[in-house]
Structure formats: C-alpha cells, structure tokens
Ligand binder design. Sequence first.
Ligand code: SF4
Length: 386
Amino acid sequence: MSRIEEIISEFQDVVSNPGKQMKAYKDQGKKLIGIVPYYAPEELVYALDMVPVGLWGSNDKTVTLAKEYFLTFYCSMVQLDMEMGLDGTLDILDGMITPTCCDTLRPASQNFRVALDEKLHKFPVIFLAHPQNRVPEYGIKYCMDQYNNVREALEKIAGKPLDKEALKNAVRVYNKSRQARRAFNELAKDHLDICTPTVRCAVLKAAYYLKKDEYTAKLEELNAELAKTPKCDWKGTKVIVSGIICDNPDLLKVFEDYNIAIVADDVAQWTRSFRTDAPETDDPMRDLAVQFSHQDYDTILFDEKSNENRRGEHVAKLALDNGAQGAVVFITQFCDPEEMEYPYLKKALDQANVPHVKLGLDMQMRDFGQVRTSLQAFADVLEMRK
Ligand code: SF4
C-alpha cells in the first residue's frame, strides 16, 4: 500500500466510525463538544483543550425518536442529529453548540435544549445566534457578544477560563487547516484518479472528527505525496457539485460508476466551510467575528446585494474556472434556503452555459436508483457536448 493509500485509508476509517475516534479522545481525558452546522467558532473549543465534533446527521439511521420533538418538515440532517442525541449515540459528548443560521435551526436549537439539556440532562446545549447583518461594525460587535456567551458556557464545561494566547494559537491552527484543505482541493483536481468523489468526501469530512492540528498534519502529508505524483489526464466527465451535504458513500459511488469526477464544490459540509480565513491580530475574539463577516456566497447567509445574483454567478464561475462540463445541484429535502436560491442558481448556470442537473436528497435515502438514472443520463449529455 502506498503512503497516499495509507493516509486516505486512515481518513476513511475515521469517517466510517466517528464513534471510535470520539472514544479515543475521551480515553485521553478530552472533553467533546458537538457542533451543529454552521459557522460555530470551533476555535473556542480547541483553545479550551476540548475537541469539537461535527454533527452532520447520519447516513445509517432513520428518524423515529426525534419525531417527538420535531415537525416533519425539518430537514433530515437536523432530525438525525436529534435522533443521535436521543438514542444515546451522542452520550459521549460534554456539550453541544447550536447555531441558528436558518429557519429550521432557529426552532431546532430550542428543541435540542429542551430535550437533551433540560429534560434528559445529557449535556449543556449552548445557543448561538449569528448576526444577520454580519458586515457592518455593529454586526461584528454583536457577533463578538454572542461568541463571548458561547465562551462563558464552554469555560464552565472545561472548568477553566479561556486563555487569550491559546485562542490566538487556535486561530492560527484553524487557518492552517483551512489552507491545507484548499491546497488539497487544488491538488485533487490534478489527481482525479486518486481523489475520487468518495475519497474527496472522506478527506474533507475527517476534519470534523479529528483535532485540527492532527488532521492538518495528516492532510499536509497527503498533499505533499500528491504533489510528487504525476498528474492524471482524466478522460471521464468533470462536474462541480453544489448543496448542503452529499456524503453518502453509496451516492458518491454512483459518480464513480459513471466516471464522473468532482473537480470543485460549493457544498456546505465541504468547501463552503473553509473558504475564509480569520485575521491574526492581538484580539482573537474579534478576529473570529471578522472572519464570519467575510463569509460569503452561501445560501444561509444574508446577502445585501441579493438582487445582483452574486452567489449564482459565483457557482457558475466555479464550474468554468475548474474546467467542469456541468454542475450537479443537490437540494436537501425541506431545506428552504437552498430551495429558494435554486431559481437564481439555475439562471446563473444557464446564462454561463453550464448544464446542470438538480437532484433531491434526504439523509434517510438508501436507494439511489433515481439518482443513478439521472446522473447516467446527465453524463451522457455532457459527453455529447465535448
Ligand atoms: S440550511 Fe437547510 S439543510 Fe441546513 S439546517 Fe437549515 S434547513 Fe437543514
């Protein structure tokens, strides 16, 4: 087995069994904090010597217990986070941060609090409300206030105060990690034979279960190995993908079955999460708020210039810049932000002459027959346009 294969296999082990990784950290005496998407300042957790764990639903569970707390039109990712909270999967956690970036997450944050914290006493659930107007100075100040509330709650769990130097270090560690993931994206484009859709997902998703310094060291080694490997002349189809999440290995295997490579993505779980670095000044709390103010081109973020269709054009440009023949747009069922943005995304893709296919997705899907048919037809159409 080559070193590249070994590192990829390590990432795949982590994402296929996150519970094992969480237990390993617990055995080291670490406290674990569950992070519900999106944009929680994980650096606060890291700086308090605890381990953030991404909570992006589950591809192996079905919603049953969560129905007691959630309306049926909550997206499956959030429902499955609650399911894991109720069925004991998340009992290993010492706390949970619940951001409120969309109309599902806002009420869900209160459902999580009532169920997991107040009723079942599993762990503290920490509320986080990012500012809608994140760019003006008052938005940055509001964001800092919110982050300070989160800090206080985390300090109680950690049993110690947050050290400013530790937070400055955390900002550095996270910036380095984001840079390594962006570098991986660039290298992956030249090695589409190695960085298949399932591998791409495993490499990027492992970031949610490994401490960032450990993850980054492993990823930088993978990047160095990829850089030494001859580039691949990919003869199959090249696409970009857009959406919130598309991490089911059976789904990604369909891409591979039809020789469809992912050359770039606009996926919330993948690249949207590491596009923007934080400044590194002597005020790390402000650096984190400024970083949030710089986040952009995301369906869940308020866009003052939404009439300009900047986001749609950004995704179309992503396809053109990366030599993609088309775009696969995954719309998570019951996800209002993605559904409402779709017409604008379609308009921008059409104007840029980027063909696309729109596929509905639910994390409880086990049969991808319809996806298979659509992707095969889409790949055939793209091949004819070559
Ligand atoms: S943005 Fe969509 S997928 Fe994400 S939590 Fe909200 S409704 Fe669910």
